[in-house]
Structures are given as structure tokens and as C-alpha cells.
Write a protein of this length. Structure first.
Lengths: 106, 120
């Protein structure tokens, strides 16, 4: 099984800041990675797929990058509506999710 | 407009079987490449993929739960189903169905989720 290690577990940042969340896979997942945003009490919503492709309708301040075993989600110009938990998911070999990052506004 | 909505038993006792229904619109499970998955999330915790079923009736299961899961579909009525046998308290979670455009892929649309509690 491919394990996904996501960091940090929680993050506090100021409005307008840039934040980065990372996921490390236990083996090469060849860009088979998605990022989701889950607001409190809501279902996850797709942000990024194939490591760096922005899903339709997602603001351009969200971006994904990485390769091999290391991937990251960057949020530029943090907005209040970005308060949420963020999860990575690999789909190269079966499906596994990272443990999540809870993002709060400082 | 793609929408999915889960329904099912809210409270069960240990050892009972859980039956869940995903009713969807805006797409068809007879369209090439389309799949529907079930994913669960215990309160305050992470996400766990359970199973998927695809347009060609192909099915995939989480190996750690495979012997307890059964997924099926009713293409005519735009529904997918999941049955979990012999539930216990560890199965308490919110259960989501989600659409993907391939088996074992990323999920572009999710339902709102249904909360299931297993308690004696």
C-alpha cells in the first residue's frame, strides 16, 4: 500500500499570506495526485488533479506542484473563505488519502 | 449540473448490515469511463476509500474491507448502492459517494454525505 504523509497537521496564517501544504508518498506516484478542500460540515471539493491541473471553477490562487514522491499545494493571497481542511489523495496505486491539514486564519 | 445524494440507515447495532444508496443526476453510469465510489470519514478524521463501480460494471474494493463490502448499481434509475456486512463501532462515519471519470481516479463531484452511527 502507498502511504501518504501530509504536513503540517494544522496551520495558522494571516489574510493575504501564502501557505504551502505538503504530501509525501511512500513511493513514486507519477503525478497521480489530487488535492481537496473540505469546509466545516461540508463534503470535500476537488481543487487540483494530476498534481498540477486546476479543476474547473477553482480560483487561480490555488496551485499544485511536485513529482515523484513529493507534492505540494500552495495558496496565494489567503482569503477568509479558504478556512478549511485540505487533503491529498494518490490514485497511482489504488486510492489513499493524506491525513489532512486544518487551515485557520491567524 | 452534476449532483449526488446519499441515503441509508442512520443508526445500526453491531453485527447488522449497512445499506447505502447514492442517487445522482447530471450524468449516467452507462457513459464510458464514468464510475461512482464510496468514501467514508469518521468524525474529525481522514478519508477512506471503500469501493467503486463503473460504467462497464467493473468493481473495485478496498483490500482491507473487501470481504465485507458489496457494491452495485441501477443504471436506469441513476443509483449506486453499497452494502457493508457485520458492522461495528469502527464503521461509525459519514459516508460519501463521489463521481470519477475513471476507476481508481480522482473525484470531481461529491455528495453531501450521510452520517451512520453503529451503537449498541
Amino acid at each position: 500500500d502507498i502511504q501518504m504523509t501530509q504536513s503540517p497537521a494544522s496551520l495558522s496564517a494571516s489574510l493575504g499570506e501564502t501557505v504551502t501544504i505538503e504530501c509525501r508518498a511512500s513511493e513514486d506516484i507519477y503525478n497521480g495526485l489530487a488535492w481537496y478542500q473540505q469546509k466545516p460540515g461540508k463534503s470535500p471539493q476537488l481543487l487540483i488533479y494530476n498534481a498540477n491541473s486546476l479543476h474547473t471553477g477553482v480560483p487561480s490562487r490555488f496551485s499544485g506542484s511536485g513529482s515523484g514522491t513529493q507534492y505540494s499545494l500552495k495558496i496565494n493571497s489567503l482569503q477568509s473563505e479558504d478556512v478549511a481542511s485540505y487533503f491529498c489523495q494518490q490514485y497511482y496505486d489504488y486510492l489513499t488519502f493524506g491525513s489532512g491539514t486544518k487551515l485557520e486564519i491567524k | 449540473q452534476v449532483t449526488l445524494k446519499e441515503s441509508g440507515t442512520g443508526i445500526l447495532q453491531p453485527s447488522q448490515a449497512l445499506s447505502l444508496t447514492c442517487s445522482f443526476s447530471g450524468f449516467s453510469l452507462s457513459t464510458t469511463g464514468i464510475c461512482v465510489s464510496w468514501i467514508r470519514q469518521p468524525s474529525g478524521k481522514g478519508l477512506e476509500w471503500l469501493a467503486d463501480i463503473c460504467w462497464d460494471d467493473g468493481k473495485g474494493y478496498n483490500p482491507s474491507l473487501k470481504n465485507r463490502l458489496s457494491i452495485s448499481k441501477d443504471t436506469s434509475n441513476n443509483q449506486a448502492f453499497l452494502k457493508i456486512t457485520s458492522v461495528d463501532t469502527a464503521d461509525t462515519a459519514t459516508y460519501y459517494c463521489a463521481r470519477s471519470t475513471g476507476s481508481l481516479y480522482y473525484f470531481d463531484y461529491w455528495g453531501q454525505g450521510v452520517m451512520v452511527t453503529v451503537s449498541s
